[in-house]
Design a protein around this ligand. Sequence first.
Ligand SMILES: [Fe+2]
Ligand SMILES: [Fe+2]
Length: 196
Amino acid sequence: MNTIDEMDALFSRAGLPPDISFLLEKHPRAVWRQSGGLSAMGRFWLKRHNFFRELGSALNASVENLRDEAFDPVTFVQWFSPRLELLLGELEGHHHIEDMHYFPIFLAEEPRLKRGFDILDSDHHHIHDLLERNASAGRQFAGALVAGGDRMRFAADSYAVEADRLVSGLMRHLEDEEDLIVPLLIERHEDGRSLM
Ligand SMILES: [Fe+2]
Ligand SMILES: [Fe+2]
């Protein structure tokens, strides 16, 4: 699969491929909460995902509101810039820990899921590129906010395109990552072991 196909896959796939969904079929989302199979660290990891979902969505919504002229631009940039930097920095750190620490442990534990970890690893690379594009568009946007007028509107439009792309890729990735990993955590917990 080449790079463009992989990027398309992040934006076009509808979930985990069937050949790596066998643990998800056994432990579907509906039973995750009741299973008791998640450690405190596992629950913290899911909370981090929800934090990324909420912050990404809030940033997108805030840009829409600004375009509707619901905010004063200077006040907006004081709210927006630190939150964008937080999202970008925390996501980079989160992916680094997954790549270097957790994914090798999970793959060694269940080699039949290798294709799934290859997909997640590829997602991380593409999301990294999207983060860099977002950071650049976000900084241009923040600078243009002070200028106002058409310059602000153009910068808001181009930032919104990048932000939509990042958030939609991120949502897909987070859901598939959870669908691959949480059932494995529950499966091993049933054997009396904790992987996370
Ligand atoms: Fe990830
Ligand atoms: Fe993650």
